[in-house]
Design a protein around this ligand. Structure first.
Ligand code: EPU
Length: 420
């Protein structure tokens, strides 16, 4: 078993370069299935979710070549199956994008019930509603989802709640459909825009990504023959910004899009830390005094992201005063607070609300990552804490952060990966 051993109380200082966005990559990779051709994707994050996705695409008949650590060429001319390997697809959440892509290209898709981080109930009723509106028959039984369609016909789809996954999945299914599809009440996250930009680069006609309504004029074929560079990871950038504040450090985050970080910048300033948006692509965050209490409510973009809620929780556990976080997206995203309490925090979490009575400091302890972002939060807590922290369940963290301990080490953290 692997663990991260962190000797703490180190202010982070220096520069960190952000990788390509995980949640864009895990949608763009299956989107390549819509292309009857070859495309090249750059700025691909080297994380385990991407590696599983590449494996699955190869199982379906795609040819994948890694040109370097962050660039791959995908040839989807010889896809020979629309039954994705159930065991692999059940391991992670984003495998649901195979449904929209395979359905869109071949009119058939079979995928294992998506697994992934345990954040409470994760229904996909809105994805299914969209596929059915386009004319597909969808069956969910025996741990798998099967979707079939003679023809997909453009239509109007209104999403009952703002869902990143449903927005992208319905968009994938509609790209090659006959006629025009309008999806209303869609998510606006940067990775939605990125997936739309990727598909448009390959020949799709998608308009409005980044607003509440997306309009897709179906095209006959995606041509490929283009290179696309994935957007920088907003959540990884936010993780390092919050780590700078938590450790009372001074960090410049490079290769990010600062426009995507506005909700985080606003909260960092409210806590009394400092931010300098250098040029739109690089941002410096530093903190010289104990952060002030603040309240947070997680919301779809451009609200404060749920995927930075645990990292923010670490700061609030040590802030001056009592702060409240209301988690409005996931029903079970406070499991990390029990681990922080083992480190001396005073947090009480009930349902979707947690109250943080700020303590002066944390102390090292063995802690367990319950999911990806909880894992990132516990690393930050370990870097802040007095003494030694051991973080377990690293497979969650490796799913979504590239070289995380190397990046923290470069900023001065005393952190080692150890095999027990
Ligand atoms: N929802 C439904 N029905 C649906 C779809 C969603 O009720 O058919 C509900 C969910 O239960 C949730 C809310 O709608 O309460 C939003 O869910 P959404 O569909 O937006 O989440 P997702 O697409 O499954 C993605 C990210 C998550 C991130 C959320 C919210 C990927 C692969 N995952 O999940 O990322 O928390 O959007 O921004 O893109 C992470 O990276 O750590 C992570 C969990």
């Amino acid at each position: 078993m692997e663990k991260l051993v962190i000797n703490g109380k180190t202010p982070l200082k220096g520069d960190v370069t952000i990788s390509g966005a995980k949640n864009a990559a895990v949608a763009i990779l299956p989107a390549t299935l819509l292309i009857d051709g070859i495309c090249t994707i750059d700025n691909v994050p080297n994380i385990s979710d991407v590696k599983i996705y590449c494996d699955i695409l190869q199982d379906l008949g795609a040819k994948i070549t890694w040109n370097n650590e962050h660039e791959i060429t995908v040839d989807t001319r010889n896809i020979n199956s629309y039954n994705s390997p159930l065991e692999k697809t059940s391991k992670f959440r984003a495998s649901y994008y195979l449904i929209g892509s395979l359905l869109g290209r071949f009119g058939h898709a079979q995928v294992g019930m998506p697994g992934g981080c345990n954040l409470g109930a994760r229904p996909i009723d809105q994805h299914i509603k969209g596929f059915e509106a386009l004319g597909a028959k969808v069956d969910v039984s025996q741990g798998k989802i099967t979707a079939t369609a003679e023809d997909l016909i453009g239509t109007s789809v209104y999403l009952d709640m703002v869902s990143v996954g449903a927005t992208i999945n319905v968009m994938l299914a509609a790209v090659l459909a006959e006629g025009t599809t309008i999806i209303d009440n869609v998510a606006k996250e940067p990775h939605i825009v990125d997936v739309a930009n990727f598909l448009n680069t390959m020949g799709a006609d998608i308009r409005g990504a980044g607003t509440d309504v997306i309009k897709i004029n179906g095209v006959k074929k995606l041509h490929g023959n283009a290179t696309y560079s994935i957007v920088p990871d907003q959540i990884e950038a936010g993780t390092f910004m919050l780590a700078a504040v938590a450790t009372k450090g001074d960090v410049t985050i490079r290769n990010c899009i600062t426009k995507h970080l506005e909700p985080i910048i606003a909260k960092i300033i409210e806590m009394g830390a400092e931010v300098d948006d250098i040029d739109g692509d690089n941002i410096r965050v530093w903190c010289t005094k104990r952060p002030k209490k603040i309240n947070i409510k997680t919301l779809p973009y451009p609200g404060f992201p749920t995927d930075l809620q645990p990292q923010m929780g670490v700061i609030l556990s040590m802030a001056d005063g009592t702060s409240i976080i209301n988690e409005s997206i996931w029903e079970s995203r406070f499991q990390y607070t029990e681990e922080l309490n083992k480190m001396g925090a005073k947090i009480s979490a009930h349902g979707k609300t947690a109250v943080f009575d700020g303590v002066e400091g944390l102390v090292g302890a063995p802690v367990y990552a319950s999911d990806l972002r909880a894992g990132a939060a516990l690393i930050i807590a370990g870097i802040c804490a007095e003494g030694t922290t051991e973080v377990y369940n690293l497979s969650h963290i490796d799913r979504g952060y590239e070289n995380i301990e190397e990046k923290f080490k470069k900023l001065g953290a005393n952190i080692e990966r150890v095999v027990e």
